[in-house]
Design a protein around this ligand. Structure first.
Ligand code: NAD
Length: 290
């Protein structure tokens, strides 16, 4: 078993660090929040006083932070200069592709191996150890990160070179945002046309309009499997996080010269939804505004 540094013990990182401790690793955990540190201690991690202290002597350094600026500053202030040369750096945060590539290049310049490894799956999957990891980086770095990621997830997929994990995450979540809105619109149209919503679900879920947003995350209460719609759109994937990912996707599209009219419109609709005070509402709750 290895010594692992885990920085960022929030909603996602808390469960992920707990699973590494459960697997028998010596997890040195750091977060700015005392509450998060106390929970990590209960979960079998060793709370430490700084990110630099967590990183000292670590074989793997996992970060799960809010955004690119946090990752860049933790790497500059605590990881570079403290990480042993043989450490593998694994950033699981969802951040912009450009920052992910910049961080990997900076790590490489210091002789450190690094991967971007954002996740699909929410807080429940983080706790259950059933996340999907999409990983960007050289093959040897992927091979070294893989055993640690496998202890926190059900699928670990090598997406390509540095930044490719974030690119896959952006494209996937842009698709998710657009299909959720399209699914909500289809239910509203069916309703206006006088269809019973359960009947429409029964037809569409086995027809060409089927998608994950329809059959795994149905935005209509009482229809399909149990989803946040059945809990008044609480819990699940917050609209503010969907908006964050859509904005990152739009930024990446602009940098890459990709045309994404539906992604652009989905971003505008989630911007309006969040501006109306629904940032913490599950993203499927957008059906109420359509
Ligand atoms: P969170 O806000 O609950 O956790 C982030 C943690 O980072 C907080 O505890 C905060 O105190 C800590 N932090 C911030 N700056 C720090 C620093 N300099 N040093 C140490 N700790 C610091 O967020 P989360 O929901 O756990 O999400 C983390 C990442 O995972 C985000 O990039 C998010 O987009 C992504 N993500 C979230 C979900 C989800 O459902 N919540 C799903 C997939 C991906």
């Amino acid at each position: 078993m290895a010594r692992v540094a885990f920085i960022g013990l929030g909603n996602m990182g808390g469960g992920m660090a707990a699973n590494l401790a459960k697997a028998g690793h010596d997890v040195r955990a750091f977060d700015l929040s005392a509450d998060a540190l106390a929970k990590a201690k209960q979960a079998g991690c060793l709370p430490v006083a700084s990110a630099a202290e967590a990183v000292e002597g670590a074989e793997a350094i996992v970060t799960m932070l809010p955004a690119g600026a946090h990752v860049e500053s933790v790497y500059a202030d605590a990881v570079f200069g403290h990480a042993p040369p043989a450490a593998i750096l694994i950033d699981c945060s969802t951040i912009d592709v450009a920052t992910a590539r910049r961080v990997a290049t900076a790590a490489g310049a210091k002789g450190l191996a690094a991967v971007d490894a954002p996740v699909s799956g929410g807080i429940a999957a983080a706790q259950a150890g059933t996340l999907t990891f999409m990983v960007g980086g050289p093959q040897d770095a992927f091979d070294r990160a893989q055993p640690f990621l496998a202890q926190m997830g059900k699928a670990v997929i090598h997406a390509g070179t540095s930044g490719a994990g974030q690119a896959a995450k952006m494209a996937n979540n842009m698709l998710l945002g657009a299909t959720m809105i399209a699914t909500c619109e289809a239910f509203r149209l069916a309703e206006r046309l006088g269809l019973d919503l359960q009947t429409f679900y029964d037809i569409s879920s086995v027809s060409s309009g089927q998608s994950w947003s329809m059959t795994s995350y149905c935005p209509v209460p009482g229809v399909g499997p149990e989803t946040p719609a059945d809990r008044d759109y609480q819990g699940g994937f917050a609209a503010a996080l969907m908006l964050k990912d859509l904005r990152l996707a739009m930024q990446a599209a602009q940098e890459a010269g990709a045309t994404t009219p539906l992604g652009t419109h989905a971003t505008e609709l989630y911007e309006a939804f969040v501006a109306q005070g629904h940032g913490t509402t599950d993203f499927s709750g957008i059906i109420r505004t359509l």
